[in-house]
Ligand binder design. Structure first.
Ligand code: ITT
Length: 194
């Protein structure tokens, strides 16, 4: 069976990507399944796509496997130019990121936000790559709710729902999320990949 490597060091992303890919007729491997060490590369890009390519190329060239990587972030309407590609650098841990964002947004009524994902697939044999994007629009909650998911999930309420991703869990998240949408496009591309 053909092999596909998921290059992420984020446990939440790894779970989601594996779940969304499900049975695609490829053997899906994570960085834990291969015997090689793939340290985290420096994300020096200024766009999601540049950073996703850095990650996919790094792991793909080390492993020799067809590799996908995700770069993602949250974009907050009231904080233009902040977060986005730099969402993970906003604070040191998921909990601190959530607390800092809530504090920054205190008293702010404009609470629109969206998650954006770029998935890059990279073939180390041909050195070709392709990019797929997805986003989910919603708003920020006033306080964290729910313990499912990761990152900013406890404070993100997707449009059409009252609950946060932290409450909704992956059954719902994996059908509407930024990452699920990008992965859906990537899956279609993979069906015709030789
Ligand atoms: P890898 O680079 O190893 O994949 P990472 O956590 O460093 O993992 P990013 O550089 O793409 O990933 O940073 C994404 C940031 O955006 C991170 O802080 C997440 O918490 C946040 N984020 C992205 N997608 C999210 C989601 O689906 N739910 C909650 N937060 C998310």
């Amino acid at each position: 069976m053909k092999k596909l490597l998921i290059a992420t060091h984020n446990a939440g992303k790894k779970k989601e990507i594996s779940e969304v890919l499900g049975s695609i007729g490829w053997e899906v491997l994570t960085l834990d399944d291969i015997s090689l060490s793939v340290p985290e590369p420096e994300e020096t890009g200024t766009t999601y796509e540049e950073n996703a390519l850095i990650k996919a190329k790094h792991a793909g060239d080390i492993s020799g496997l067809l590799t996908i990587a995700d770069d993602s972030g949250i974009e907050v309407e009231a904080l233009p130019g902040e977060l986005g590609v730099y969402s993970s650098r906003f604070a040191k841990s998921d909990e601190e990121r959530v607390q800092k964002l809530l504090k920054t947004m205190e008293g702010q009524t404009k609470r629109g936000a969206k998650f954006v994902s770029c998935i890059v697939i990279y073939d180390p044999v041909t050195q070709m790559h392709n990019s797929f994007f997805g986003e989910v629009v919603g708003k920020l909650a006033e306080e964290p709710r729910g313990s499912r998911g990761f990152g900013y999930d406890p404070i993100f309420i997707p449009n059409g729902y009252e609950k946060t991703f932290g409450e909704l869990g992956n059954e719902v998240k994996n059908t509407i999320s930024h990452r699920a949408k990008a992965l859906g496009k990537m899956k279609k591309y993979l069906q015709n990949y030789n």
